[in-house]
Design a protein around this ligand. Structure first.
Ligand code: GCU
Length: 514
């Protein structure tokens, strides 16, 4: 993949204008942006693929006649998974070299073409700007927090603006540089530093004057309460904050263990809906036009954005860029796995409740199905080509998940031998059967073969996915570089952080006290 340019502009407390913003654009020079609904985009892709009828996705409502299957007896219409260590022309992969040079590229190609899509060659460069650098305190821990924006060069199509939003938070009570976990989520400065009493007085003085200017009646009000200060300091818990435990927010657990974290906004990269496909980074590279069948979907676009975030982290001296992980839950769990699979610079991943399109097997019919992901509510996550596997009628005839040349055990294998923690909760607490924990366990078991081939440890059971049985919840399978743990909570990975962090630190050889 083309390495993106990273320029750092330290612009603290002032407004920064890009060239594109400075020069008014004559928009008539550019092809107008297509605005489709998600359904229209889906119909357009069906037409490009010559599909005339698709099967609808399963319903999560058990009373619906087309409700999801939860009967194991019919969940495996094609129980043999595509061979992970056999090349496309039938040669057994017996060495690491054969994996890296032959089999891995074959698997990447199939996932790109049929499942997640290709990143176009013309994807523009990203220029990172450090907007805010703030010394903050998260509980008892002093941190540096940075608000970052990755401006995507849109000079080829100025009708679309893409600014990647990310926040980086690093503890300053350890020597560093520190490992960092990048998380798909809302980038927010954790505890903005508050002005000191003198500055607060200035702010209040000016604020009162402004209010009186806009509403002269305020003068009398303020005179009635001469000592009143409309703006007060927000006091953080500081030194008296409760100690960090396994119940503390994951971000605090990371900081307490000497890790930094970054939060990156998926929406600032690519919208989470089919109508957005002609905008965001996907729309920008297509100059506002709809995708072609092999082009990337949102999962791959979010993964691309995460890789650009990593470009920035590589330039930040506070960060040990060789120890950067990626994390996400649910659709962002899918995105985290896609990121880890396609971007080898990420050293580790925490893949939370990712379900179909993530860790679970596409070809299993249990809970969510291929037809759900291929429908207009989710097709934007995938390459257009993926819709073929939901086709009832069309140019390719009837196709199902069983026709996919790859499956998710091979996606996990693309992460090998890097640290890969597969996390789920339990259906009783809301991590629904819809996600198919069992199918995910099978995929993880099967992927282990590649971890072992590359000299890493897998779950420590056999790789016979027909035979191995998912262990009870809260069984720690954390000895290997490939790890599995189902916690006793819901649709979140938070309860697994107290297992994930020590596992990751140990495997990375990181001890903040050294
Ligand atoms: C739906 C969808 C899942 C997805 C989840 C989420 O349940 O079917 O594939 O993971 O939403 O992201 O919340």
């Amino acid at each position: 993949m083309k390495k993106q340019l990273v320029y750092l502009l330290l612009v603290v407390g002032s407004t920064y204008l890009t060239q594109a913003q400075q020069t008014p654009t004559d928009t008539s020079k550019y092809p107008p942006l297509t605005t489709f609904t998600a359904q229209e985009d889906h119909a357009n892709m069906m037409k490009q693929l010559g599909i005339t009828e698709v099967r609808p996705g399963k319903s999560g409502d058990p009373t619906n006649p087309n409700s999801a299957n939860y009967d194991e007896a019919i969940a495996n219409p094609c129980p043999e998974l595509p061979e992970i260590l056999l090349t496309n022309n039938g040669k057994k992969v017996t060495t690491a070299d054969m994996w890296w040079n032959v089999r891995r590229p074959e698997i990447v190609e199939m996932f790109e073409r049929e499942v997640y899509g290709r990143v176009p060659d013309n994807v523009p460069d990203v220029t990172w700007e450090v907007e805010i650098v703030d010394n903050e305190r998260v509980g008892r821990i002093p941190v540096v927090a940075k608000k970052l924006v990755g401006h995507v060069d849109n000079s080829a199509y100025p009708l679309i603006n893409v600014d990647i939003e990310m926040v980086l938070v690093v503890p300053t009570n350890v020597k560093g540089p520190v490992p960092v976990l990048m998380m798909f989520g809302r980038p927010q400065l954790p505890a903005p530093a508050q002005p000191n009493p003198e500055d607060l007085e200035k702010i209040n003085k000016s604020f009162k004057a402004m209010m009186i200017k806009s509403d002269p009646e305020m003068k009398a009000v303020f005179e009635r309460y001469p000592a009143y200060q409309p703006i007060t300091r927000l006091e953080g818990p500081g030194f008296f904050a409760p100690p960090v435990t396994g119940d503390s927010p994951p971000t605090e657990q990371l900081l307490a263990a000497g890790w930094g974290y970054a939060t990156i906004s998926t929406g600032s990269i690519q919208a989470d809906n089919g109508a957005g496909l002609t905008r965001g980074i996907i729309g920008l590279t297509n100059h506002g036009q709809p995708r072609t069948p092999e082009q990337w979907g949102a999962l791959r676009a979010w993964a691309w954005g995460a890789a650009r975030g990593l470009d920035y982290l590589e330039t930040d001296p506070l960060v040990d860029a060789k120890k950067v992980g990626i994390e996400g839950v649910s659709r962002y769990g899918k995105a985290a796995l896609v990121t880890l699979a396609f971007e080898p610079r990420f050293a580790l991943g925490l893949i939370g409740s990712s379900g179909k399109g993530g860790v679970t097997l596409h070809r299993r019919i249990y809970g969510e199905t291929v037809e759900n992901l291929a429908g207009s509510g989710a097709h934007h996550w995938m390459a257009g080509n993926y819709i073929k596997y939901s086709a009832e009628k069309g140019k390719f005839g009837r196709m199902t998940g069983c026709d996919l040349p790859v499956d998710s055990h091979q996606l996990l294998a693309l992460a090998a031998p890097r640290l890969t923690f597969v996390s789920y909760g339990i259906p009783e607490k809301g991590d629904a059967h819809w996600l198919d924990q069992k199918g995910s366990y099978q995929a993880t078991v099967a992927a282990g073969e590649v971890f072992k081939l590359l000299g890493a440890k897998d779950l420590g059971v056999s790789n016979d996915y027909h035979k191995e049985v998912m262990p009870p919840m809260q069984t720690d399978m954390l000895d290997g570089e490939l790890a599995w743990r189902q916690h006793n909570g819901g649709h979140t990975d938070a309860p697994n952080f107290q297992y994930f962090i020590p596992w990751a630190s140990e495997k990375l050889g990181y001890d903040p006290k050294q």
